[in-house]
Design a protein around this ligand. Structure first.
Ligand code: SF4
Ligand code: SF4
Length: 105
């Protein structure tokens, strides 16, 4: 995780995280099965990301203080592709009242 992400974790508690079934362990991928829920024949979802409020079951720690992804090496592609400092990142942080200044230092 980026340094700023280690004191954030907001994106892991804001969005549904869906990915192709091939990324899950059941199909030879890397995402641990216990953290995955079935959406349909083609799609899987990180457990907890469709709860209200959402929070990925793989996220440990306290949002906005200190967090870690428990499956960082094995996380699915949406997590790998989500960029710190992107519009979605900044919007999610702003919604939770976090300053974005750190991202631009
Ligand atoms: S919301 Fe942005 S800063 Fe926070 S963990 Fe996600 S990518 Fe990192
Ligand atoms: S798998 Fe890791 S990076 Fe992806 S949403 Fe869950 S805690 Fe965040």
């Amino acid at each position: 995780m980026f340094t700023v992400c280690q004191s954030c974790g907001i994106c892991c508690a804001s969005f549904r995280v869906d990915f192709a079934v091939e990324e899950s362990q059941e199909q030879g991928g890397s995402v641990p099965e216990g953290l995955v829920v079935e959406v349909n024949a083609r799609l899987r979802r990180m457990r907890g990301t469709d709860h209200s409020p959402p929070r990925c079951a793989a996220l440990t720690g306290t949002l906005g203080e200190r967090v870690a992804c428990g499956i960082y090496e094995w996380r699915p592609s949406p997590c790998r592709e989500f960029e710190a400092g992107s519009a979605a990142c900044l919007q999610a942080r702003t919604r939770r009242g976090l300053s974005n200044a750190l991202l631009f230092e």
